[in-house]
Design a protein around this ligand. Structure first.
Ligand code: FAD
Length: 473
Protein backbone atom coordinates (compact mmCIF):
# COMPACT_ATOMS: atom_id res chain seq x y z
CA UNK A 1 0.00 0.00 0.00
CA UNK A 2 1.43 3.40 -0.93
CA UNK A 3 1.98 5.97 1.81
CA UNK A 4 -0.60 8.77 1.80
CA UNK A 5 0.97 12.17 1.29
CA UNK A 6 -0.41 15.47 2.53
CA UNK A 7 0.58 19.13 2.45
CA UNK A 8 -0.69 19.79 5.98
CA UNK A 9 -1.49 17.34 8.80
CA UNK A 10 -3.09 18.57 11.98
CA UNK A 11 -2.65 16.39 15.08
CA UNK A 12 -5.64 16.97 17.36
CA UNK A 13 -9.21 17.78 16.35
CA UNK A 14 -10.21 20.23 19.10
CA UNK A 15 -11.27 23.82 18.29
CA UNK A 16 -7.67 24.71 17.41
CA UNK A 17 -7.03 21.65 15.25
CA UNK A 18 -10.28 21.23 13.36
CA UNK A 19 -10.47 24.92 12.50
CA UNK A 20 -6.82 24.90 11.36
CA UNK A 21 -7.55 21.89 9.14
CA UNK A 22 -10.62 23.51 7.57
CA UNK A 23 -8.77 26.77 6.90
CA UNK A 24 -5.78 24.91 5.40
CA UNK A 25 -8.13 22.97 3.11
CA UNK A 26 -9.92 26.18 2.10
CA UNK A 27 -6.52 27.57 1.10
CA UNK A 28 -6.05 24.66 -1.28
CA UNK A 29 -3.81 22.36 0.75
CA UNK A 30 -4.29 18.60 0.75
CA UNK A 31 -5.07 18.39 4.47
CA UNK A 32 -5.61 15.70 7.08
CA UNK A 33 -6.65 15.89 10.72
CA UNK A 34 -5.91 13.12 13.22
CA UNK A 35 -7.94 12.93 16.43
CA UNK A 36 -8.16 10.12 18.92
CA UNK A 37 -11.18 11.13 21.04
CA UNK A 38 -13.70 8.27 21.27
CA UNK A 39 -17.43 8.46 21.93
CA UNK A 40 -19.08 5.89 24.21
CA UNK A 41 -19.33 3.46 21.27
CA UNK A 42 -15.65 3.83 20.42
CA UNK A 43 -16.40 5.94 17.35
CA UNK A 44 -14.88 9.31 16.49
CA UNK A 45 -15.83 12.36 18.53
CA UNK A 46 -13.87 15.29 17.11
CA UNK A 47 -14.06 18.64 18.86
CA UNK A 48 -11.60 17.93 21.65
CA UNK A 49 -11.97 19.01 25.25
CA UNK A 50 -14.15 21.93 24.23
CA UNK A 51 -16.83 19.87 22.51
CA UNK A 52 -16.68 16.70 24.59
CA UNK A 53 -15.92 17.72 28.17
CA UNK A 54 -15.52 21.49 28.18
CA UNK A 55 -17.19 24.55 26.71
CA UNK A 56 -20.19 22.89 25.08
CA UNK A 57 -21.39 20.34 27.69
CA UNK A 58 -20.77 22.81 30.53
CA UNK A 59 -22.93 25.41 28.79
CA UNK A 60 -25.64 22.81 28.15
CA UNK A 61 -25.76 21.99 31.88
CA UNK A 62 -25.54 25.66 32.86
CA UNK A 63 -28.58 26.31 30.63
CA UNK A 64 -30.60 23.42 32.09
CA UNK A 65 -29.76 24.32 35.67
CA UNK A 66 -30.53 27.99 35.02
CA UNK A 67 -33.97 27.07 33.64
CA UNK A 68 -34.53 24.97 36.76
CA UNK A 69 -33.55 27.80 39.08
CA UNK A 70 -35.70 30.28 37.16
CA UNK A 71 -38.68 27.96 37.30
CA UNK A 72 -38.22 27.59 41.05
CA UNK A 73 -37.39 31.15 41.99
CA UNK A 74 -38.56 33.54 39.29
CA UNK A 75 -41.50 32.15 37.30
CA UNK A 76 -43.96 33.14 40.04
CA UNK A 77 -42.93 36.81 39.55
CA UNK A 78 -44.22 36.52 35.98
CA UNK A 79 -47.51 35.01 37.14
CA UNK A 80 -46.54 31.51 36.07
CA UNK A 81 -47.37 28.80 38.59
CA UNK A 82 -45.68 25.48 38.17
CA UNK A 83 -46.37 23.60 41.38
CA UNK A 84 -43.38 21.69 42.62
CA UNK A 85 -40.47 21.90 40.21
CA UNK A 86 -38.24 18.88 39.96
CA UNK A 87 -35.16 18.01 37.96
CA UNK A 88 -34.65 14.75 36.09
CA UNK A 89 -30.84 14.68 36.15
CA UNK A 90 -30.62 11.72 33.76
CA UNK A 91 -32.69 13.61 31.20
CA UNK A 92 -30.59 16.73 31.65
CA UNK A 93 -27.41 14.68 31.07
CA UNK A 94 -28.99 12.99 28.05
CA UNK A 95 -29.79 16.36 26.51
CA UNK A 96 -26.22 17.47 27.14
CA UNK A 97 -24.93 14.32 25.39
CA UNK A 98 -27.18 15.05 22.40
CA UNK A 99 -25.81 18.59 22.16
CA UNK A 100 -22.25 17.21 22.26
CA UNK A 101 -23.05 14.65 19.56
CA UNK A 102 -24.57 17.32 17.31
CA UNK A 103 -21.28 19.19 17.55
CA UNK A 104 -19.16 16.04 16.90
CA UNK A 105 -21.28 15.24 13.83
CA UNK A 106 -21.11 18.83 12.68
CA UNK A 107 -17.31 18.70 12.62
CA UNK A 108 -17.28 15.41 10.68
CA UNK A 109 -19.66 17.03 8.18
CA UNK A 110 -17.40 20.09 7.91
CA UNK A 111 -14.38 17.84 7.24
CA UNK A 112 -16.29 16.19 4.38
CA UNK A 113 -17.51 19.52 3.02
CA UNK A 114 -13.98 20.95 3.01
CA UNK A 115 -12.32 17.72 1.82
CA UNK A 116 -10.23 17.27 4.96
CA UNK A 117 -9.14 13.63 5.36
CA UNK A 118 -9.96 12.50 8.89
CA UNK A 119 -8.05 9.79 10.73
CA UNK A 120 -9.55 8.45 13.95
CA UNK A 121 -6.69 7.37 16.18
CA UNK A 122 -3.47 8.60 17.66
CA UNK A 123 -1.14 10.82 15.67
CA UNK A 124 2.57 10.70 16.36
CA UNK A 125 5.87 11.65 14.82
CA UNK A 126 7.93 8.84 13.30
CA UNK A 127 10.79 10.66 11.56
CA UNK A 128 11.78 13.74 9.59
CA UNK A 129 13.25 13.03 6.17
CA UNK A 130 13.79 14.76 2.85
CA UNK A 131 12.01 17.94 3.93
CA UNK A 132 8.89 16.16 5.08
CA UNK A 133 7.61 14.38 8.16
CA UNK A 134 6.56 10.77 8.51
CA UNK A 135 3.69 10.35 10.93
CA UNK A 136 1.57 7.57 12.35
CA UNK A 137 -2.16 8.25 11.94
CA UNK A 138 -3.83 5.44 13.88
CA UNK A 139 -2.58 2.31 12.11
CA UNK A 140 -1.52 4.12 8.94
CA UNK A 141 1.76 5.77 8.09
CA UNK A 142 1.46 9.06 6.26
CA UNK A 143 3.81 11.84 5.16
CA UNK A 144 3.36 15.59 5.12
CA UNK A 145 5.28 18.79 4.54
CA UNK A 146 3.66 20.77 7.39
CA UNK A 147 2.50 19.57 10.79
CA UNK A 148 0.24 21.54 13.12
CA UNK A 149 0.31 20.18 16.68
CA UNK A 150 -3.02 20.90 18.41
CA UNK A 151 -3.06 18.23 21.11
CA UNK A 152 -4.70 20.36 23.80
CA UNK A 153 -4.49 19.96 27.55
CA UNK A 154 -5.46 17.69 30.44
CA UNK A 155 -6.88 18.48 33.88
CA UNK A 156 -4.17 18.80 36.54
CA UNK A 157 -4.48 16.32 39.40
CA UNK A 158 -4.02 17.18 43.05
CA UNK A 159 -0.99 15.31 44.39
CA UNK A 160 -2.21 12.29 46.36
CA UNK A 161 -5.76 12.55 45.02
CA UNK A 162 -5.91 11.02 41.54
CA UNK A 163 -9.13 11.40 39.57
CA UNK A 164 -11.37 8.34 39.80
CA UNK A 165 -14.28 10.23 38.13
CA UNK A 166 -16.62 8.66 40.73
CA UNK A 167 -15.86 10.74 43.82
CA UNK A 168 -12.77 12.74 42.88
CA UNK A 169 -13.76 14.40 39.64
CA UNK A 170 -12.07 16.28 36.85
CA UNK A 171 -14.21 18.36 34.49
CA UNK A 172 -15.06 15.06 32.75
CA UNK A 173 -16.68 13.41 35.78
CA UNK A 174 -18.15 16.71 36.99
CA UNK A 175 -20.20 16.89 33.78
CA UNK A 176 -21.82 13.50 34.34
CA UNK A 177 -22.62 13.21 38.06
CA UNK A 178 -25.66 10.89 37.91
CA UNK A 179 -27.64 12.50 40.75
CA UNK A 180 -27.32 15.84 42.49
CA UNK A 181 -24.91 15.36 45.40
CA UNK A 182 -26.01 16.63 48.80
CA UNK A 183 -22.60 18.08 49.48
CA UNK A 184 -20.14 19.01 46.78
CA UNK A 185 -16.59 20.26 47.27
CA UNK A 186 -14.73 22.17 44.58
CA UNK A 187 -10.99 22.75 44.83
CA UNK A 188 -10.07 25.77 42.74
CA UNK A 189 -12.22 28.85 42.16
CA UNK A 190 -11.21 29.45 38.54
CA UNK A 191 -13.60 29.54 35.61
CA UNK A 192 -14.18 25.78 35.50
CA UNK A 193 -14.68 25.40 39.26
CA UNK A 194 -17.16 28.26 39.39
CA UNK A 195 -19.14 27.14 36.34
CA UNK A 196 -19.42 23.51 37.41
CA UNK A 197 -19.99 24.45 41.06
CA UNK A 198 -22.84 26.72 39.87
CA UNK A 199 -24.51 23.93 37.90
CA UNK A 200 -24.77 21.62 40.90
CA UNK A 201 -25.59 24.41 43.39
CA UNK A 202 -28.55 25.43 41.23
CA UNK A 203 -29.75 21.84 41.32
CA UNK A 204 -29.66 21.82 45.12
CA UNK A 205 -26.14 20.75 46.15
CA UNK A 206 -24.51 22.43 49.13
CA UNK A 207 -21.33 23.63 47.38
CA UNK A 208 -18.10 24.71 49.08
CA UNK A 209 -15.27 26.07 46.95
CA UNK A 210 -11.76 25.97 48.42
CA UNK A 211 -9.20 28.29 46.83
CA UNK A 212 -5.49 28.52 47.58
CA UNK A 213 -5.07 32.11 46.38
CA UNK A 214 -5.84 34.85 48.90
CA UNK A 215 -7.77 36.88 46.31
CA UNK A 216 -10.96 35.85 44.50
CA UNK A 217 -10.65 35.83 40.67
CA UNK A 218 -7.31 37.68 40.61
CA UNK A 219 -7.26 37.89 36.80
CA UNK A 220 -10.60 39.71 36.75
CA UNK A 221 -11.02 43.47 37.35
CA UNK A 222 -11.07 43.93 41.13
CA UNK A 223 -14.45 45.70 41.19
CA UNK A 224 -16.00 42.87 39.16
CA UNK A 225 -14.43 40.18 41.35
CA UNK A 226 -15.79 41.95 44.45
CA UNK A 227 -19.29 42.15 42.98
CA UNK A 228 -19.11 38.49 41.88
CA UNK A 229 -18.03 37.34 45.37
CA UNK A 230 -20.97 39.23 46.89
CA UNK A 231 -23.51 37.81 44.42
CA UNK A 232 -22.21 34.22 44.58
CA UNK A 233 -22.34 34.34 48.40
CA UNK A 234 -25.96 35.57 48.21
CA UNK A 235 -26.74 32.59 45.95
CA UNK A 236 -25.41 30.25 48.62
CA UNK A 237 -22.05 29.34 47.05
CA UNK A 238 -19.54 29.09 49.88
CA UNK A 239 -16.07 30.25 48.86
CA UNK A 240 -13.06 29.99 51.17
CA UNK A 241 -9.93 31.78 50.05
CA UNK A 242 -6.30 31.35 51.14
CA UNK A 243 -6.65 27.68 52.10
CA UNK A 244 -3.88 25.12 52.08
CA UNK A 245 -5.03 21.58 51.31
CA UNK A 246 -3.43 19.02 53.66
CA UNK A 247 -5.10 15.79 52.52
CA UNK A 248 -7.92 14.32 50.48
CA UNK A 249 -9.18 10.97 51.77
CA UNK A 250 -11.82 8.80 50.18
CA UNK A 251 -14.20 7.00 52.54
CA UNK A 252 -17.52 5.16 52.33
CA UNK A 253 -19.50 8.39 52.57
CA UNK A 254 -17.48 10.20 49.91
CA UNK A 255 -14.39 12.35 50.39
CA UNK A 256 -12.92 14.25 53.32
CA UNK A 257 -10.67 17.20 52.67
CA UNK A 258 -8.49 18.50 55.48
CA UNK A 259 -7.04 21.95 55.06
CA UNK A 260 -5.65 24.96 56.84
CA UNK A 261 -7.86 28.03 56.50
CA UNK A 262 -6.63 31.57 55.86
CA UNK A 263 -6.32 32.19 59.62
CA UNK A 264 -4.23 29.06 60.14
CA UNK A 265 -7.03 26.94 61.64
CA UNK A 266 -7.23 23.20 60.86
CA UNK A 267 -10.49 22.41 59.03
CA UNK A 268 -12.20 19.39 57.51
CA UNK A 269 -14.77 19.31 54.75
CA UNK A 270 -16.74 16.10 54.21
CA UNK A 271 -18.48 15.92 50.83
CA UNK A 272 -20.16 13.31 48.62
CA UNK A 273 -18.20 14.39 45.55
CA UNK A 274 -15.13 16.53 45.02
CA UNK A 275 -14.37 18.45 41.82
CA UNK A 276 -10.69 19.28 41.43
CA UNK A 277 -10.24 22.22 39.06
CA UNK A 278 -6.75 23.52 39.75
CA UNK A 279 -5.71 24.22 36.19
CA UNK A 280 -4.74 22.28 33.10
CA UNK A 281 -1.45 21.06 31.69
CA UNK A 282 -0.36 20.96 28.07
CA UNK A 283 -0.82 17.50 26.54
CA UNK A 284 1.91 15.91 24.43
CA UNK A 285 1.29 12.32 25.57
CA UNK A 286 1.86 9.87 22.73
CA UNK A 287 2.98 12.54 20.27
CA UNK A 288 6.50 11.13 20.18
CA UNK A 289 7.98 14.57 19.61
CA UNK A 290 11.33 13.13 20.77
CA UNK A 291 11.61 11.28 17.45
CA UNK A 292 12.06 14.59 15.66
CA UNK A 293 13.43 16.74 18.52
CA UNK A 294 10.32 18.84 19.19
CA UNK A 295 11.22 21.29 22.00
CA UNK A 296 9.02 21.65 25.08
CA UNK A 297 9.25 24.38 27.71
CA UNK A 298 9.73 23.79 31.45
CA UNK A 299 5.98 23.32 31.91
CA UNK A 300 5.72 20.71 29.19
CA UNK A 301 4.08 23.00 26.63
CA UNK A 302 5.36 22.97 23.05
CA UNK A 303 7.75 25.91 22.67
CA UNK A 304 6.56 28.38 20.03
CA UNK A 305 7.28 31.93 18.96
CA UNK A 306 4.63 34.62 18.54
CA UNK A 307 3.70 33.08 15.16
CA UNK A 308 3.22 29.55 16.60
CA UNK A 309 6.42 28.25 14.96
CA UNK A 310 8.14 25.49 16.90
CA UNK A 311 11.89 24.79 16.87
CA UNK A 312 11.39 22.50 13.83
CA UNK A 313 10.95 23.66 10.24
CA UNK A 314 7.31 23.49 9.09
CA UNK A 315 6.08 22.24 12.48
CA UNK A 316 3.63 24.58 14.17
CA UNK A 317 1.71 24.32 17.45
CA UNK A 318 -1.49 26.05 18.58
CA UNK A 319 -4.11 26.17 21.33
CA UNK A 320 -3.86 24.78 24.85
CA UNK A 321 -0.63 22.88 24.09
CA UNK A 322 1.25 26.22 23.79
CA UNK A 323 1.62 29.37 25.89
CA UNK A 324 -1.24 31.82 26.35
CA UNK A 325 -4.79 31.64 27.69
CA UNK A 326 -6.42 28.22 27.50
CA UNK A 327 -9.48 29.32 25.56
CA UNK A 328 -11.20 27.73 22.59
CA UNK A 329 -11.42 30.95 20.58
CA UNK A 330 -7.70 31.66 21.14
CA UNK A 331 -6.95 28.15 19.80
CA UNK A 332 -9.20 28.78 16.78
CA UNK A 333 -7.61 32.12 15.95
CA UNK A 334 -4.15 30.56 16.13
CA UNK A 335 -5.34 27.73 13.87
CA UNK A 336 -6.57 30.13 11.18
CA UNK A 337 -3.44 32.30 11.45
CA UNK A 338 -1.09 29.30 11.10
CA UNK A 339 -2.92 27.94 8.05
CA UNK A 340 -2.69 31.38 6.46
CA UNK A 341 1.02 31.67 7.32
CA UNK A 342 1.64 28.29 5.69
CA UNK A 343 -0.04 29.76 2.60
CA UNK A 344 2.34 32.72 2.73
CA UNK A 345 -0.32 35.09 4.01
CA UNK A 346 -0.08 37.35 7.06
CA UNK A 347 -2.10 35.38 9.60
CA UNK A 348 -2.68 37.53 12.66
CA UNK A 349 -3.82 37.07 16.27
CA UNK A 350 -4.11 40.09 18.54
CA UNK A 351 -3.32 38.61 21.95
CA UNK A 352 -4.21 41.93 23.65
CA UNK A 353 -7.88 41.68 22.80
CA UNK A 354 -8.89 38.08 23.44
CA UNK A 355 -12.17 38.24 25.37
CA UNK A 356 -12.73 35.89 28.28
CA UNK A 357 -16.00 34.86 29.86
CA UNK A 358 -17.15 33.07 32.99
CA UNK A 359 -20.61 31.63 32.35
CA UNK A 360 -21.91 31.90 35.89
CA UNK A 361 -25.06 33.80 36.70
CA UNK A 362 -24.50 36.65 36.34
CA UNK A 363 -22.00 36.16 33.56
CA UNK A 364 -18.60 37.82 33.80
CA UNK A 365 -16.83 38.98 30.65
CA UNK A 366 -13.77 41.06 30.00
CA UNK A 367 -11.48 42.23 27.26
CA UNK A 368 -8.29 44.27 27.51
CA UNK A 369 -6.69 45.55 30.70
CA UNK A 370 -8.05 45.46 34.22
CA UNK A 371 -7.88 48.54 36.44
CA UNK A 372 -5.23 46.88 38.62
CA UNK A 373 -3.09 46.18 35.52
CA UNK A 374 -3.31 49.81 34.38
CA UNK A 375 -2.35 50.99 37.88
CA UNK A 376 0.63 48.61 37.92
CA UNK A 377 1.72 49.94 34.52
CA UNK A 378 1.39 53.52 35.77
CA UNK A 379 -0.89 54.34 32.84
CA UNK A 380 -3.19 57.35 33.23
CA UNK A 381 -6.77 56.22 32.62
CA UNK A 382 -10.38 57.23 33.12
CA UNK A 383 -13.10 54.83 34.31
CA UNK A 384 -16.83 54.84 33.68
CA UNK A 385 -19.40 52.44 35.08
CA UNK A 386 -23.12 51.87 34.54
CA UNK A 387 -25.31 49.49 36.58
CA UNK A 388 -27.83 47.15 34.96
CA UNK A 389 -30.21 48.30 37.71
CA UNK A 390 -30.70 51.46 35.64
CA UNK A 391 -31.31 49.60 32.35
CA UNK A 392 -34.93 49.12 31.28
CA UNK A 393 -34.32 45.85 29.43
CA UNK A 394 -32.55 44.35 32.45
CA UNK A 395 -35.54 45.30 34.62
CA UNK A 396 -37.92 43.70 32.11
CA UNK A 397 -35.74 40.58 32.15
CA UNK A 398 -35.81 40.54 35.94
CA UNK A 399 -32.03 40.46 36.07
CA UNK A 400 -30.50 43.74 37.18
CA UNK A 401 -27.37 42.46 38.88
CA UNK A 402 -23.95 43.81 37.92
CA UNK A 403 -22.61 46.58 35.73
CA UNK A 404 -20.56 47.52 32.65
CA UNK A 405 -17.23 49.25 33.25
CA UNK A 406 -15.11 51.09 30.69
CA UNK A 407 -11.45 51.98 31.09
CA UNK A 408 -10.02 54.48 28.63
CA UNK A 409 -6.73 56.31 28.17
CA UNK A 410 -6.80 59.61 30.12
CA UNK A 411 -5.45 61.60 27.18
CA UNK A 412 -6.51 59.87 23.97
CA UNK A 413 -9.74 58.28 25.27
CA UNK A 414 -8.77 54.99 23.54
CA UNK A 415 -10.61 52.08 25.14
CA UNK A 416 -8.13 50.03 27.19
CA UNK A 417 -10.43 47.53 28.85
CA UNK A 418 -14.11 46.66 29.24
CA UNK A 419 -15.45 44.61 32.13
CA UNK A 420 -18.99 43.34 32.41
CA UNK A 421 -20.76 41.42 35.13
CA UNK A 422 -24.41 40.92 34.39
CA UNK A 423 -26.98 39.35 32.07
CA UNK A 424 -25.68 38.31 28.62
CA UNK A 425 -22.19 39.63 29.40
CA UNK A 426 -20.80 36.97 27.02
CA UNK A 427 -22.68 38.57 24.12
CA UNK A 428 -22.18 42.19 25.18
CA UNK A 429 -18.40 41.85 25.33
CA UNK A 430 -18.22 41.46 21.53
CA UNK A 431 -19.09 45.10 20.95
CA UNK A 432 -16.19 46.10 23.18
CA UNK A 433 -13.84 43.66 21.44
CA UNK A 434 -14.77 45.00 18.00
CA UNK A 435 -14.38 48.56 19.24
CA UNK A 436 -10.92 47.80 20.65
CA UNK A 437 -9.86 46.04 17.45
CA UNK A 438 -10.68 49.25 15.59
CA UNK A 439 -8.85 51.29 18.28
CA UNK A 440 -12.08 53.08 19.14
CA UNK A 441 -12.35 55.72 21.83
CA UNK A 442 -14.97 55.57 24.59
CA UNK A 443 -16.52 58.61 22.87
CA UNK A 444 -17.03 56.56 19.69
CA UNK A 445 -19.21 54.09 21.59
CA UNK A 446 -20.95 56.90 23.46
CA UNK A 447 -21.96 58.48 20.12
CA UNK A 448 -23.29 55.30 18.48
CA UNK A 449 -27.06 54.71 18.47
CA UNK A 450 -27.89 51.54 20.47
CA UNK A 451 -31.29 49.86 20.18
CA UNK A 452 -33.81 50.50 22.93
CA UNK A 453 -34.57 48.71 25.10
CA UNK A 454 -31.46 46.58 25.08
CA UNK A 455 -28.78 45.53 27.52
CA UNK A 456 -26.25 47.06 25.12
CA UNK A 457 -27.47 50.51 26.11
CA UNK A 458 -25.55 49.87 29.34
CA UNK A 459 -22.38 49.63 27.25
CA UNK A 460 -23.09 53.03 25.69
CA UNK A 461 -23.94 54.47 29.11
CA UNK A 462 -20.71 53.11 30.65
CA UNK A 463 -18.82 54.86 27.83
CA UNK A 464 -20.74 58.06 28.60
CA UNK A 465 -19.89 57.58 32.29
CA UNK A 466 -16.22 58.13 31.44
CA UNK A 467 -17.02 61.85 31.18
CA UNK A 468 -19.79 61.74 33.79
CA UNK A 469 -22.50 62.11 31.13
CA UNK A 470 -24.73 59.11 31.86
CA UNK A 471 -28.29 59.83 30.82
CA UNK A 472 -30.14 57.15 32.78
CA UNK A 473 -28.20 57.07 36.04
P1 FAD B 1 -8.41 20.34 22.84
O1 FAD B 1 -9.78 20.87 22.76
O2 FAD B 1 -7.96 19.79 24.15
O3 FAD B 1 -8.30 19.22 21.72
C1 FAD B 1 -7.19 18.43 21.57
C2 FAD B 1 -7.59 17.19 20.83
O4 FAD B 1 -6.41 16.49 20.44
C3 FAD B 1 -8.40 16.19 21.65
O5 FAD B 1 -9.49 15.73 20.91
C4 FAD B 1 -7.42 15.05 21.93
O6 FAD B 1 -8.05 13.79 22.07
C5 FAD B 1 -6.59 15.10 20.67
N1 FAD B 1 -5.24 14.53 20.81
C6 FAD B 1 -4.32 14.77 21.75
N2 FAD B 1 -3.18 14.11 21.47
C7 FAD B 1 -3.41 13.41 20.33
C8 FAD B 1 -2.61 12.56 19.53
N3 FAD B 1 -1.35 12.31 19.81
N4 FAD B 1 -3.19 12.00 18.44
C9 FAD B 1 -4.48 12.28 18.11
N5 FAD B 1 -5.26 13.09 18.82
C10 FAD B 1 -4.72 13.66 19.91
N6 FAD B 1 -12.85 27.71 26.56
C11 FAD B 1 -13.58 28.73 26.08
O7 FAD B 1 -13.08 29.49 25.25
N7 FAD B 1 -14.87 28.93 26.49
C12 FAD B 1 -15.47 28.15 27.42
O8 FAD B 1 -16.62 28.37 27.77
C13 FAD B 1 -14.72 27.07 27.95
N8 FAD B 1 -15.28 26.24 28.86
C14 FAD B 1 -14.56 25.20 29.33
C15 FAD B 1 -15.15 24.37 30.26
C16 FAD B 1 -14.45 23.30 30.79
C17 FAD B 1 -15.10 22.40 31.79
C18 FAD B 1 -13.13 23.03 30.31
C19 FAD B 1 -12.36 21.85 30.81
C20 FAD B 1 -12.53 23.85 29.38
C21 FAD B 1 -13.24 24.95 28.89
N9 FAD B 1 -12.67 25.82 27.96
C22 FAD B 1 -13.39 26.88 27.49
C23 FAD B 1 -11.29 25.64 27.46
C24 FAD B 1 -11.30 24.97 26.08
O9 FAD B 1 -11.97 23.73 26.18
C25 FAD B 1 -9.89 24.78 25.58
O10 FAD B 1 -9.19 26.00 25.61
C26 FAD B 1 -9.91 24.25 24.14
O11 FAD B 1 -10.57 23.02 24.06
C27 FAD B 1 -8.48 24.09 23.60
O12 FAD B 1 -8.54 23.64 22.28
P2 FAD B 1 -7.38 22.79 21.62
O13 FAD B 1 -7.81 22.56 20.23
O14 FAD B 1 -6.09 23.44 21.88
O15 FAD B 1 -7.33 21.42 22.43
Amino acid sequence: MSTKQFDVVVIGGGPGGYIAAIRAAQLGFNTACIDEWKNEKGGPAPGGTCTNVGCIPSKALLQSSEHFEHAKLHFADHGISTGDVSMDVAKMLGRKDTVVKQNNDGILYLFKKNKVTFFHGRGSFVAAKDGSYELKAGDETITTKHVIVATGSNARQLPGAPFDEETILSNDGALRIPATPKKLGVIGSGVIGLELGSVWRRLGADVTVLEAMPAFLPAVDESVAKEAAKLFKKQGLKIELGVKIASVTKDKAGVTVTYTDAKGGEQTLAVDKLIVSIGRTANTIGLNGEAVGLALDERGAVTVDADCKTNLPNVWAIGDVVRGPMLAHKAEEEGVAVAERIAGQHGHVDFDIIPSVIYTSPEIAQVGKTEQQLKAEGRAYKAGQFPFLANGRARALGDTSGFVKFLADATTDEILGVHIIGPQASELISEATVAMAFKASAEDIARICHAHPSLSESTKEAALAIDKRTLNF
